[in-house]
Design a protein around this ligand. Structure first.
Ligand code: ADP
Length: 483
């Protein structure tokens, strides 16, 4: 691994401003999904390690919450600059542990940094209110205060951005932060900690624990000292963590699974829709929660759309993320390969036709051929289950009402996309979609400026934007009488 700054490869956890081993001394290996090679060993932490980190984050909170928003902003701005200065190294680390093409990894580092910049600025605007009074000798004030110690549990598909999207608003609000990154991708998290330390984030304010998910998760959800959990991951684990948080009635932000529809109407700009489709489906090799899961295409444009999509998909360059020009890296693990294969086999058994791809890639390991399926029906598993891989199933519909009914026939409600050039239809469909985010003639919608999040089984709360700061603030009402 050729990092410009070798100190960004950390093999210890980061607790209370110190690089720390597990109390047991045990470690586990971080592997490169493209080669199977061992990249590093990191601490295998368990309950006692997490309890210690939470105690120290709680002590740090009493100091950190007293700093001014401007002081916190200065530290966050330095962190932002350091992340950008080290973007090449952070991107390489990410590609090695996660598999995404280097250009995408660099894009994620810049996206991750954008949250730090945004919340450095936004933290200064956590205004309170003076509310018109109900008694002439009393005044009503509403202030906003940091929630307290925040725990975060983050996924492997965006090893940096899913951390900064939570940590930056938490720190800007005056909270302290204990994060357990995914066991597949702890190195990006630890590199962020190294840069946070260089930026002057005080000891105990930003902590990274590596180790056993269940053991660490039980403390982060069960401890009364942790006042909020922010989780990004699967709906199943999200529900479990939500239940575990019930005992201590924690604040919750949950960013869970999706089943994004991508609707193409007859009146769409076909080329634009195909560009959007490729970006929305094949980004990160289909492994994002806002990736399109189902293409819903109107009768009149169906055949041309399938043909255009298959043509583009068959040209995708598949390979190791560190190779020049590669657009599709390996999947994260064998379970991911099994899931996409299962969705294809199930669909084909029920009458779908493979237009391109359809099987594991000749490169072996966890590479899979980017795939397009047509003649889909709603009884196929992929209609209701998230694939999280490079599979584009194309369903057919007749009219707007049917498109909306199909799009909303899911327990999920994260992102949806549609393409149309009819203004009235754009309003009707945007309003009819039961989703937290809607891309209208756009296939990629994530930005730190807009509230990211879902409804229904896709989660609670929003990340980024002004709303993203609210998640880390409590409001306090004060009635001052006897005036
Ligand atoms: P995925 O299926 O994409 O891997 P998961 O929901 O399993 O998504 O993982 C997201 C995060 O949740 C990871 O950091 C993982 O370690 C963590 N996680 C998984 N199971 C548990 C658990 N029982 N308790 C706490 N954290 C968990």
């Amino acid at each position: 691994m050729k990092l410009k700054d070798s100190r960004l490869l950390r093999q210890q956890a980061y607790v209370d401003g110190r690089w720390t081993d597990a109390a047991s001394g045990e470690t586990f290996a971080v592997l490169n999904p493209a080669t199977g090679e061992e990249l590093a060993q990191v601490p295998l932490m368990v309950e006692t390690d997490a309890e210690r980190a939470v105690d120290l984050a709680e002590s740090a909170f009493h100091q950190w919450k007293k700093t001014t928003a401007k002081e916190r902003a200065e530290i966050l701005r330095r962190w932002h600059a350091l992340v950008l200065d080290n973007a090449d190294d952070l991107a390489l680390l990410m590609t090695l542990e996660q598999g995404k093409p280097l250009a995408e990894a660099k894009g994620e580092v810049i996206y991750a940094a954008s949250f730090i910049e945004w919340f450095a600025e936004e933290g200064k605007r956590a205004y309170g209110e003076i509310v018109p009074t109900h008694k002439s000798d009393a005044r009503i004030l509403v202030s906003r205060e940091p929630v307290g110690v925040v725990a975060a549990i983050t996924p492997w598909n965006f090893p940096a951005a899913m951390i900064t999207r939570k940590a930056a608003p938490a720190l800007a609000a005056g909270c302290t932060f204990v994060c357990k990154p995914a066991e597949d991708t702890p190195l990006s998290a630890l590199a962020l900690a190294e840069l946070a330390e260089r930026a002057g984030v005080p000891a105990g304010v930003f902590n990274i624990l590596t180790g056993n998910p269940k053991a660490l998760g039980s403390v982060l959800t069960g401890s009364a000292k942790v006042r909020k959990l922010s989780f990004t991951g699967s709906t199943g684990v999200g529900k479990l963590l939500m239940a575990q948080c019930a005992d201590t009635v924690k604040r919750l932000s949950l960013e869970l699974g999706g089943n994004a529809p991508f609707i193409v109407f007859d009146d769409a700009d076909l080329e634009r829709a195909l560009d959007g489709a490729m970006a929305s489906k094949y980004r990160n090799t289909g492994q994002t929660c806002v990736c399109t899961n189902r293409f819903l295409v109107q009768d009149g444009i169906y055949d041309r759309f399938v043909e255009g999509l298959a043509q583009r998909v068959s040209q995708l360059k598949v390979g190791s993320g560190v190779e020049e020009g590669v657009q599709q890296g390996p999947l994260i693990n064998q379970a991911a390969v099994d899931k996409i294969q299962f969705h294809i086999d199930d669909a084909v058994a029920k009458g779908a036709e493979v237009v391109c791809g359809g099987k594991p890639h000749a490169l072996g390991r966890t590479w899979f051929e980017p795939t397009v399926l047509k003649n889909m029906t709603t009884d196929m598993c992929v209609a209701t289950d998230e694939t999280f891989g490079p599979l584009a199933p194309v369903f057919r519909f007749k009219d707007e009402a049917e498109a909306l009914e199909m799009a909303n026939a899911t327990e999920y409600g994260l992102a949806a996309y549609f393409y149309s050039r009819d203004l009235g239809r754009c309003w009707r469909v945007a309003e009819g979609l039961e989703y937290g985010m809607v891309g209208i003639n756009e296939g990629v919608i994530s930005t730190e400026l807009a509230p990211f999040g879902g409804i229904k089984a896709s989660g609670l709360g929003r990340e980024g934007a002004q709303q993203g700061l609210d998640e880390y603030l409590e409001c306090k009402y004060m009635l001052m009488g006897g005036i």
